[in-house]
Design a protein around this ligand. Sequence first.
Ligand code: GLA
Length: 400
Amino acid sequence: MRIFASLSIAALALALIPAAQTPAQAQAVAQTPPMGWNSWNYFFGKVTDKDIRDSADQIVATGMKDAGYVYVNIDDTWEGKRDANGVLQTNEKFPDMKALADYVHSKGLKIGIYSGPGPKTCAGYEGSLGHEEQDAKMYAEWGIDYLKYDLCSFHEAVMEKQAPNDKAAQMRLMIAAYEKMDKALKATGRPIVFSLCQYGWDAVWEWAPALGGNLWRTTDDINPHWDRIYAILEQQDGLAKYAGPGHWNDPDMLEVGNGKLSLAENRSHFSMWAMLAAPLLAGNDLPHMKPEINAILTNRDVIAIDQDMLGKQGTRAYSDGEVEVWTRHLARGALAVAVLDAGDNRFSTHPFHLDMAKLGLHGPQAGKDLWTGKPITLTDQMPIEIASHDILLVRIAAPK
Ligand code: GLA
């Protein structure tokens, strides 16, 4: 009887200890690029528990949840100090992280958090150096579903200190730091999206997928200005082959609805991030979102391009003056075509003529204009007039 009791206690203990995740399970969390919202691009260091709750409420109320936005991500500045046992406390802006996670989950959403491998985060808060397993366990206990892990002080405090002037050794230290957190996350057994943020250094796209990264930043920070958004877009050329189900290039979070971006710029930004199979993490002030911004963020046809099951990132087919034409191959043989007028002066290429041969297409192609919702037929050399910083985005179901 006693043997039986101790056996069943052992079985119970085993059932309670979560099994570590396999690499396949880890990739399953991001079969399509993650969609949600992140606090940084609008709130920066001011974000509070209330802002996160309000944003979760709004994701539901504005139809964003129904359109596919799931993650509500707290960026930097939630961290307090470590206690005597090394357990990281939250600061006064986030009185009870478990309660906040429960609240977000109660809305049918998921919650993300932020840390970094260095002693400090980018905003100077407590990082995870030397506490990786402890932090990962705590995230899992809180019910965290997503971690953005930001290099920041690790560069100066560890890489430059431990391997001065040795770039290769510095890179190895960085990779080991990301690997360490990935292992710690997997050991919790909780599916947690792992987002690498180290600004696209050292060809991160070549090594991040193998160590379990679900997405990795490909550039330095975005800001709500057309020049910055376009500069980031240009840096994505050539990276398409590294993206696929479970692991994505991250050209940074969306600025749609932020700053003084025009409607055309917001549309183009959103369209091009969809062409890039980028994670769609909105970063705007949801409680004060204008209807036209809501309409952009919830355009189902554009989201369907981003979330296409084939998971093949789009590429630039050609450019002609200030106009660029990008294509993205979609599931069931469909094709997305984006014609972007990136320039400030539309007359430089007015009107633009479409060159179908450069897209590998032959003859007229019937499709749908995803911003007007109307049918459109693309024909060779057709003149297309697009205002400065605006875009034509077309889905062709059966390209010929
Ligand atoms: C870095 C990241 C940003 C943001 C801030 C927070 O700059 O690139 O996305 O997370 O840190 O401090």
